[in-house]
Write a protein of this length. Structure first.
Length: 205
């Protein structure tokens, strides 16, 4: 079984590529975002540590972490963001490794265990994987995706927010340089799907 990480910048279409892999035989997938959602649930150690660091103002009325409020607090300064990452990244990485170990032990027919890890290189987690894939996209396509996800924002505000959040990550070009494989997701869905199929065949053998 090959352990595969999919990474890339904001709004590059990583989740779409992950879903394309999920549709192929003998593949199991996991989203790091889903892992974070689970770790943020009340009662989890990460939930406790994040609230202790950022205060109860980031909670919704039900005591759950409001990720929008947390993002606003964390992105207030590089130091705050780094503090959040120091809490979350190790826990996410441990969860991912445990999941891949479970898949390998319980599902011998699985050929690829694929995880979407947006901050793979920033978290220095690439060593947990046998292959890394960077998803890239044109600025125009990224903005269109970001606006579709945040329809409440004007084009100008969406552009500013996308730029601000992207600035906190490694540049897309650097992620592509570090990755073993690259998928260009600037074109039509069929073009991306063809690249996914080619990589799948290469990895599965």
């Amino acid at each position: 079984m090959v352990r595969v990480a999919i990474t890339g910048g904001i709004a590059c279409g990583k989740s779409t590529v992950l879903q394309m892999f999920a549709e192929l035989p003998h593949v199991q997938v996991l989203s790091a975002d889903a892992v974070v959602h689970q770790l943020y649930l009340p009662g989890q150690t990460v939930h406790h540590r994040v609230v202790a660091e950022f205060g109860s103002a980031i909670l919704d009325p039900g005591g759950r972490i409001d990720r929008k409020k947390l993002a606003e607090a964390a992105f207030a300064s590089p130091e705050r963001r780094q503090k959040l990452e120091s809490i979350v990244h190790p826990a996410v990485a441990a969860h991912e490794v445990a999941w891949m170990d479970r898949v390998a032990a319980s599902s011998p027919e699985t050929k690829l265990a694929v995880i979407e890890v947006p901050l793979l290189f920033e978290a220095k987690s690439e060593g947990n994987f046998g292959k890394t894939i960077a998803v890239t996209s044109s600025p125009e396509k990224k903005l269109a995706r970001y606006r579709a996800k945040h329809p409440e924002l004007s084009e100008q505000d969406a552009g500013r927010e996308l730029e601000r959040r992207s600035a906190s990550q490694m540049p897309d070009e650097e992620k592509a340089r570090r990755a073993d494989l690259v998928i260009n997701n600037s074109g039509a869905m069929d073009a991306a799907r063809a690249q996914v199929k080619q990589i799948y065949e290469q990895l599965v053998g």
